[in-house]
Design a protein around this ligand. Structure first.
Ligand SMILES: Nc1ncnc2c1ncn2[C@@H]1O[C@H](COP(=O)(O)OP(=O)(O)OP(=O)(O)O)[C@@H](O)[C@H]1O
Length: 273
């Protein structure tokens, strides 16, 4: 059984080369983690007193303003960061998908990159060999797959990375929103693979600013605010509190159809926010 248990965890980033004097002036801002100035060195208190349990079957969305701590929490849940105080315990194989470009090598071919990226995400060589044809077909990159990655455009790299990421079998899948930031035409093609990936993952934590993608992939949510958990509950409940309105009211018609919910926008109107 997979699980992650985080108890009263803090993550601090001391900033040794900051201009401390200007930090002492209070500037009111909505974004960012809390900056502590009690010590000589300013410390960004990115996460404070986080207690959270993830179990098999959980589909958790992380929401919050820029700098509220979502990416830091994902890194804590993956074991990349140790808590400064408190504890975190991870049981199971974690697939951290934070940056689509990570684990890619410019000097080797698309095919070789498929293998390397798959191994990085916890797959075996044998498992990747079975998947490589399917991934190649999905990317539509044809003969480019024999070329070194440096000959690829940005969009071509995203296709390759997304093809590999959506082919894995993760026990615990940790997704940062970068994965949703691909062009919408290709995202439409990748969406079904992404939904399937989440279905076969033991557990998912997904940090995103995109309501529709969150509604499609998650059932519950945690709202982070300046490194604290401000609210947790069902995704709809948390998004309503965070955005100040029910996300179902403004969901695009196409997405509403996919999710099987009522939408006030007619299908094909192009309204997507
Ligand atoms: N490596 C680091 N060094 C110093 N400060 C950091 C580091 N990583 C994050 N922070 C700070 O920690 C806080 C939380 O950042 P984090 O990236 O987790 O936010 P986020 O919610 O993912 O933001 P966004 O929505 O903009 O991606 C911010 O104040 C950020 O400036």
């Amino acid at each position: 059984m997979v699980s992650i248990d985080v108890r009263n965890a803090y993550v601090d980033f001391p900033i040794f080369d900051a201009k401390t004097r200007s930090l002492k002036k209070k500037v009111l801002g909505k974004v960012g983690g809390k900056i502590g100035t009690d010590s000589k060195v300013p410390i960004i208190e990115a996460l404070q007193d986080i207690t959270m349990s993830i179990h098999e079957g959980d589909r958790v969305g992380l929401v919050g303003h820029n700098g509220s701590g979502k990416s830091t929490l994902l890194r804590l849940l993956s074991g990349i960061y140790e808590p400064t105080r408190g504890s975190s315990r991870i049981v199971g194989r974690v697939a951290p998908v934070f940056d689509l470009g990570i684990g890619m090598d410019n000097e080797i071919s698309g095919y070789e990159n498929i293998m390397i990226r798959g191994l990085y995400l916890g797959m075996t060589r044998k498992q990747m060999q079975k998947r490589v044809d399917d991934i190649a077909e999905f990317t539509e990159l044809g003969n480019y797959l024999q070329m070194p990655l440096r000959a690829y455009s940005t969009g071509m790299r995203v296709r390759l990375a997304l093809g590999v990421v959506t082919s894995i079998n993760p026990e615990i899948l940790l997704l940062d929103e970068g994965i949703g930031a691909v062009d919408s035409a290709f995202m439409n093609k990748a969406r079904n693979r992404l939904v399937d990936l989440v279905k076969r993952s033991g557990a998912l934590v997904f940090a995103s600013h995109q309501d529709e993608l969150l509604l499609e992939l998650c059932t519950s949510a945690v709202w982070l605010d300046e490194g604290h958990v401000r609210q947790r509950g069902s995704l709809r409940e948390v998004l309503t509190a965070y955005k100040g309105k029910d996300p179902y009211e403004s969901i695009g018609a196409e997405a509403a159809k996919r999710l099987g919910i009522e939408s006030s926008t007619p299908v094909g109107s192009g309204y997507t926010s």
